[in-house]
Design a protein. Structure first.
Length: 457
């Protein structure tokens, strides 16, 4: 990696205060590579290097820094330098930074912006948290549907700085309501007197500013586009959202879901960046809940204490039974949560999911039951273990229990995320450890109930 190779050299040049060579080295790399170099440096060193870069490059590099590094670097810079960076940041990246900061800090930074930039920042921050409005940029080009190609080209000359959407122009009516869009390549090959209406794409695709950001991810995937307009409740265009922002959103959403599946709250920072105390606050509550839940396992075992005393051999297979049910439940919940995130499964599909898991859970249970049954018979016949005169009944007990527990685990793992979505809760909170814990408690009841009837305890 470029950052790993150059970081030691840059640190030495910073120590030597050799700013001329530092500037020459950094200006030879594109902004993403320079940002990669900065990540390995201290915030103070990052601030020093940002001061050395040309103004435009410094702002572009800052956009590529991780959010935590941005915050720390701002604290290490002077007020005038911070103002320069913030005013040059793209509106969507600036909003993403400001919304993560404490409100008092955000207000101070807003005061450093130019009046027009402050108005833009305030408008974007006024949209609900996690809405598309917070991720859009107002840098778009709108043209009137009554114009000709010549009028559009003349308008473009005055809008050349709006680079976010210059390759796609949005056609609006007299009330600025979105009508359609036209492509720049169609515009440049058309005759000057061609009406705009003849170049329309007849694809009035748009996102609503107050919609959840996950809507943007689904729309970009469905329509295979790189940019989409954003409208308000009156269909007036207010901005655009680009694919780079959507990719960041998708990565963040996937990371949060994976971390929740592990049985914890989603981290607010990369693993190596988050503080120890913050890490404990994210993990300890869920572990405590799971620990308390597991106590019911002991309670359930105590209920069947008499049966265990009569056939102590049952305790040997208890971990096998419970882990099988927990594993099947974890598989099911992971599959369903991901399918729901990709919109492959909706609430209305719950019955189809139930029937599917009923069949697959039964067949999986039969598969494991066969293995368990044959294992007991093989160990007994080979003399590796003496399970007593009733080893066949024991094998039937293990087999029957595996069918029941695996089937139950699959159903619980699949239905719980759907139930949580129905209750308007995040299905990812139905983590694999939580499902495994729930299956442990019920699995004990299934196991000893089967044992009671088969072995006549």
């Amino acid at each position: 990696m470029i950052g790993n190779l150059l970081a030691p050299e840059l640190k030495e040049l910073i120590r030597q205060r050799n700013f001329t060579q530092l500037r020459e080295i950094l200006c030879d790399f594109p902004a993403p590579d320079v940002a990669e170099i900065f990540v390995d440096l201290k915030p103070g060193d990052e601030a020093v290097l940002l001061r050395l870069l040309p103004h435009d490059l410094a702002a572009e590099v800052f956009e590529y820094l991780p959010r935590e590094d941005q915050e720390q670097t701002l604290l290490a810079m002077g007020t005038e330098e911070v103002a320069g960076i913030l005013n040059d940041l793209s509106p969507d990246d600036r909003t993403a930074l400001l919304e993560e900061l404490p409100s008092a800090v955000t207000q101070k930074l807003l005061a450093l912006l130019k009046p027009e930039e402050r108005k833009i920042a305030t408008n974007l921050l006024g949209y609900p948290k996690d809405s598309i409005g917070r991720r859009m940029t107002p840098e778009y080009v709108a043209v009137k549907q009554t114009w000709t190609v010549a009028e559009v080209l003349e308008h473009l000359r005055h809008e050349k700085d709006k680079r976010a959407a210059v390759n796609q122009l949005y056609v609006v009516d007299e009330k600025s309501r979105l009508v359609d869009f036209l492509r720049l390549r169609d515009l440049v090959v058309a005759d000057a007197d061609t009406p705009v209406t003849e170049l329309l794409q007849n694809q009035n695709l748009a996102l609503h500013a107050t919609a959840d950001q996950e809507t943007a991810i689904a729309a970009f995937k469905k329509y295979d586009v790189t940019i989409l307009p954003v409208v308000d409740s009156k269909d007036v265009i207010v901005g655009v959202i680009t694919v780079d922002d959507v990719l960041d959103l998708a990565e963040r959403e996937a990371t949060e879901d994976i971390q929740k599946l592990g049985g914890m709250d989603a981290l607010d920072a990369p693993y190596l960046k988050i503080g120890l105390w913050d890490m404990l606050k994210k993990r300890a509550p869920w572990l405590s809940i799971l620990f308390v839940s597991e106590m019911f396992t002991s309670t359930a075992m105590g209920y069947f204490e008499t049966e265990i005393e009569k056939a102590a051999i049952l305790a040997i297979f208890l971990p096998l039974i419970l882990s099988s049910g927990g594993n099947s439940g974890s598989q099911a919940t992971t599959l369903i949560i991901r399918a729901m995130a990709l919109r492959h499964v909706e609430l209305r599909d719950w019955w189809r999911v139930f029937k599917r898991e009923l069949a697959s859970g039964f067949l999986l249970g039969v598969t494991l039951a066969s293995l368990g049954f044959l294992r007991i018979l093989a160990w007994q016949w080979l003399g590796l273990k003496n399970y007593g005169p009733h080893f066949v009944l024991l094998a039937l007990t293990i087999g029957g229990s595996l069918v029941g527990v695996v089937l139950w685990g699959s159903l619980i793992g699949a239905m719980l995320p759907i139930f949580l979505r129905f209750c308007k809760l995040d299905p990812a909170t139905c983590s694999a450890p939580f499902v495994a814990t729930l299956v442990d408690v019920t699995g004990i009841m299934i196991y000893f109930t089967v044992a009671f009837h088969v072995l006549h305890l």
